[in-house]
Write a protein that binds this ligand. Structure first.
Ligand code: ZN
Length: 276
């Protein structure tokens, strides 16, 4: 069982539960959390007893997205953040740590279920959508309000695949928030359950899936993913990743980034963008 700083790893029967464990920052994803999740999936993949993985967040929220404080805030930069001073470095950071790490979960050979509680924002939504199924607590709220901060959405554009294109445009351009019930109507989530039943219901579903022989589950999952690839999902995501990076390097985005860095604290940045 891996010993991880920011992800709790627990196996019960055939179900492995990964709990992102930075509740003090709503499970914002920093380098450590992304590395820990990757190591946790390594361990779950290598354990033949594990047939299904449930991914959830400790505390009130699933994930608030990438840890902006670690990226642009007043903290000691890590190796990845230092790379971000150039377009090449920024590209490399997001390709390895965001794009590839997420697709690795999407392509993980065993079925996965995201159990989404509270806020599921931006890169938190991207992460949840990498899972095969999503069970949402009735208090879950989905949003991706980064366009106002100049971002061309996040690194993987899940929205056109999770909801009808017109809704995807509304969600992104108008910074809409979707409740769990709305997300269920759109087909983004499989089922909505009472918040205090979230893990129990996700586990019940996982145990049903665990009755399928692992080889069969793997083949069917891969075949459905291949169908999506043939519909253009992988190509569209490759295109979006390049477009997302073109946007990162525009004067519009770079000037906003400098203004953000000049701010005293991240709370000022968030206050400025907080929704009225
Ligand atoms: Zn980016």
């Amino acid at each position: 069982m891996p010993d991880l700083a920011t992800v709790r790893y627990a196996v019960e029967g055939h179900v492995c539960t990964l709990t992102m464990d930075r509740p003090e920052v709503a499970n914002a994803q920093d380098t450590q959390l992304i590395d820990d999740l990757d190591a946790a999936f390594d361990a779950a993949g290598a354990d033949d007893e594990v047939r299904v993985v449930v991914l959830t967040g400790a505390g009130r929220h699933f994930s608030s997205g990438h840890d902006l404080k670690a990226l642009v805030g007043d903290v000691e930069p890590d190796e990845w953040r230092r790379m971000r001073d150039t377009p090449e470095g920024r590209f490399q950071h997001e390709k390895v740590m965001y794009f590839d790490r997420c697709l690795r979960i999407r392509d993980f050979p065993k079925p996965t279920i995201a159990a989404v509680n509270g806020s599921c924002v931006a890169a938190g939504l991207m992460l949840a959508c990498m899972c095969d199924l999503i069970v949402a607590a009735d208090d879950a709220v989905f949003s991706n309000p980064v366009l106002r901060m100049t971002g061309a959405a996040v690194e993987i554009l899940v929205e056109p695949w999770e909801m009808p294109p017109r809704k995807a445009k509304e969600f992104l351009l108008a910074a809409e928030k979707f409740s769990a019930d709305e997300a269920e109507k759109l087909g983004m989530v499989n089922r909505v359950v009472p918040a205090d039943r979230l893990l129990a219901e996700a586990h019940e579903l996982a145990e049903r899936i665990a009755k399928v022989p692992p080889a069969t589950a793997q083949v069917v999952k891969r075949s459905i993913n291949k169908t999506l690839d043939l519909m253009g999902q992988r190509d569209a995501w490759d295109y979006h990743f390049m477009a997302h990076h073109w946007m990162h390097n525009t004067a519009t985005a770079l000037e906003a980034l400098e203004a953000r860095k000049a701010k005293g604290s991240m709370s000022e940045v968030f206050a400025e963008h907080r929704e009225e």
